[in-house]
Design a binder for this molecule. Structure first.
Ligand code: GTR
Length: 325
């Protein structure tokens, strides 16, 4: 495995040197809020490797991880206007721009990570992706965003009642704000990069995320009570600016799409391993994981569904998602 990836890297380097010698290499900048080594960062690097090999080095992808290019809301604007070429973000911050993204962001919609993968890799995913180009980007791939759960610095959450009155940071999306309100807590939308210090200083009681984010952003250091309520699985989105996309030949567009699909499969593999590894790290560090009964959480989501699934078309869309097995 190691040999193959080393060989791949050497081929990529050789092809890139050739293209550079010919003066024909386009470097594409890609943003990610997560640190180096995180599954989304590695999947985009893999995508870049495939693209570089298959275009004989005419295209090269540079991944700026760790929010070097900004927080998600800012990088979304940058990729829409073509300041950056590629971006890997969550689907939730797209909710206000691309209305259909609200549906896969709904709590307790996906029944398992596999369900979410199947839905987003199929025709439902294509329908959601179709809403992006008019906002300046093309979806290259959907990745697994993992199951998100609440964590806080104050007390264990053993049931819905324990959330009452607590203040949680959420992604900048109305779906998230309404979800937290329906659970009896207060939501504070805030960029990801500000969460650690906001918990540390007591501005908020906690946040909600999957194990890899809770671990890699070090939130477990300041919020040790993690409640495995798994309220939502929000897909990740890897997009390309239409400014850059429209410059590609149809053949190169096909290469990018195929590489995107392969990077998705790679991300799934990396994701599963990272969830287990991150969980172990936080448990070893003293995080206390509780498993509240989910049904009261699910029942509490009724008003959220009433608000967002409010037309016959959207009801049908949700039913189609639920029917995917
Ligand atoms: C992570 C996700 C990021 C970002 C972050 C957040 O799970 O991968 O794209 O959305 O959550 O909570 O802001």
């Amino acid at each position: 495995m190691l040999h193959i990836s080393k060989l791949g890297a050497s081929i990529a380097l050789a092809t890139s040197l050739l293209a550079t010698a010919a003066g024909a290499q386009t470097v594409l900048r890609s943003s990610d809020t997560h640190p180096d080594g995180y599954p989304t960062v590695e999947a985009v690097k893999y995508f870049g490797q495939l693209v570089e090999e298959r275009t004989q080095g005419r295209y090269k992808v540079e991944v700026y991880f760790g929010a070097q290019l900004g927080q998600e809301a800012d990088t979304i604007e940058q990729v829409r206007s073509g300041v950056i070429d590629l971006n890997r973000v969550s689907m939730a911050p797209w909710n206000s721009l691309v209305p259909l993204t609200k549906i896969p962001s709904l709590p307790y919609l996906f029944t398992s990570p596999d369900h979410a993968r199947k839905v987003m890799a199929g025709e439902i995913g294509d329908e959601v992706a179709a809403g992006f180009p008019e906002h300046g980007v093309v979806v290259i791939a959907f990745y697994d965003g993992g199951a998100r759960s609440f964590y806080n610095s104050k007390k264990p959450i053993n049931g819905l009642a324990d959330l009452a009155g607590q203040k949680y940071r959420v992604i900048q999306s109305d779906v998230f704000v309404d979800m937290v309100a329906a659970l009896g807590a207060t939501a504070t939308p805030m960029p990801y990069g500000e969460v650690y210090s906001a918990i540390e200083t007591g501005v908020i009681d906690g946040a909600e995320n999957n194990f890899p984010s809770y671990e890699s952003a070090k939130h477990f250091e300041v919020a040790k009570h993690y409640a495995l309520d798994e309220h939502t699985i929000v897909p990740e989105v890897f997009v390309m600016s239409k400014v850059a996309w429209d410059k590609l030949t149809p053949e190169d567009q096909a290469i990018f799409k195929a590489a995107g699909k392969e990077s998705m499969e790679k991300q799934w593999e990396l994701w599963d391993a990272r969830v287990a590894a991150s969980r172990k790290i936080v448990e070893d560090a003293g995080s206390l994981i509780t498993t509240p009964e989910k049904q009261p959480f699910i029942d509490a989501m009724k008003p959220v569904y009433e608000k967002y699934v409010n037309t016959p078309e959207l009801k049908d869309f949700v039913a189609r998602i639920q029917a995917v097995k």
